[in-house]
Design a protein around this ligand. Structure first.
Ligand SMILES: Cc1ncc(COP(=O)(O)O)c(C=O)c1O
Length: 373
């Protein structure tokens, strides 16, 4: 792979095989629980829980996009999150977590707290994060945060954290490696749920941990081998296949998200429209420094839970579903889940790859339908 290649070229080419006559463009999944292994254990593929050629192809591809020394794929985003948090902290360590990020990450933190880890939860934006760094062993950032869409300056936090001897991991789920490169900004780990925009078709659960050093990746991989939180070969192959359209998808989704956000700004019944690429958004200044693409998620608040329900029910092109990053637009009233500190009428909207005009028209029509009178 050439460093000078653009994002689209890299997304199409990463991790593919050579060009020998008869080679497929992407070899099919290898279904193997075990491998022939005569004599003493040797070679990369010894047992199905330790390694698989289909994972290797995907790990090479994601690693190239993230600029990683080595990458480890997992059965889901939470398997990846857990491997980092559980695998790299122990009793007496201090772990810094976002108070406004994906709630299940904090739940893992709560389990660690019961086992002697000091867990400090702080908002993604603002000064509190810097004040929480002294004594930390691991700093976990989620930027942009889900669902609040706050961002932090990864480069600055990484510098400050490293000066205090802490490791920095970034949840890169929302941005994807085409939107943000945490390792280039100084983080030690870029981890993500590949279930979302990375694979983008709402048909796969996947996670990964991309590491700046082979030593860190070895520790994460050992944790995976031990716990068995491995991706299925079919999922890994589907994920790799999806990468070739990553740039097309995230560009269209980002453009759609911005168009929806701008259309919502013009509506008096909609409050707190958030998207990192919106000029004037609290995240805009930092986001334009650390991100190259701004993701597909828009947050906004309607009057109350009933108005949000009516809005979601009136949408024709947008599924009421709890995820983001897919080619199909989707939205949900986020307060229907416990653990999210959001208003009852808060809607998390994920822009898909539909035509921009169709999507904006659907959103505005549903707003009309949801408005009383
Ligand atoms: C930011 C973030 N990290 C991690 C996860 C967990 O990913 P998964 O559902 O693939 O386990 C999610 C899921 O929504 C998420 O939004």
């Amino acid at each position: 792979m050439t460093d000078e290649w653009g994002d689209g070229t890299r997304a199409v080419r990463v991790g593919g095989p050579g060009h020998a006559p008869g080679d497929p463009f992407l070899p099919g999944p290898v279904f193997a629980g075990t491998y022939h292994l005569p004599g003493e254990p040797a070679g990369p593929y010894q047992y199905g829980r330790y390694a698989n050629p289909t994972w290797t192809g995907l790990e090479t591809a994601i690693g190239a996009l993230e600029g990683a020394a080595d990458t480890v794929t997992f059965a889901s985003g939470m398997a990846a999150v857990s491997a980092v948090l559980l695998g790299l902290t122990g009793p007496g360590d201090v772990l810094v977590l976002p108070s406004d990020g994906y709630p299940a990450t904090r739940t893992v933190g709560a389990h660690l707290a019961e086992r002697g880890v000091e867990v400090r939860t702080v908002p993604t934006a603002g000064d509190e994060l810097e004040r929480a760094l002294p004594g930390a062993r691991l700093v976990w950032l989620e930027t942009p945060s889900n669902p609040g869409l706050d961002v932090c300056d990864i480069r600055r936090i990484a510098e400050l954290a490293h000066a205090r001897g802490a490791l920095v991991a970034v949840d890169n789920t929302l941005a994807t490696p085409l939107g943000q490169l945490p390792l280039a900004l100084g983080a030690d780990i870029s981890a993500a749920s590949g279930t979302k925009a990375l694979t983008g078709h709402s048909d796969v659960l996947l996670g990964y941990v991309a590491c700046a050093s082979a030593e860190l990746a070895d520790r994460v991989r050992s944790w995976r081998s031990l716990t068995g939180a491995v991706p299925g070969p079919m999922e890994a192959w589907l994920a790799h296949r999806s990468l070739s359209t990553l740039q097309l998808r995230v560009d269209r989704q980002g453009a759609n998200a911005l168009a929806v956000a701008e259309a919502l700004l013009g509506r008096p019944e909609v409050a707190d429209v958030r998207h990192p690429a919106l000029k004037g958004d609290p995240s805009y200044d930092v986001a334009t420094r650390v991100m190259r693409r701004f993701g597909c998620v828009v947050g906004f608040t309607l009057a109350d839970a009933d108005t949000a329900r009516r809005f979601l029910g009136a949408l024709e092109l947008v599924a009421d579903a709890t995820s983001f990053g897919g080619v199909h637009s989707m939205a949900e009233r986020r307060a229907r889940w416990a653990g999210n500190d959001v208003a009852e009428g808060f809607v998390r909207f994920s822009a898909g790859c539909e035509d921009t005009a169709d999507l904006v028209a659907d959103v505005l029509r549903a707003l009309d339908a949801a408005s009383p009178g």
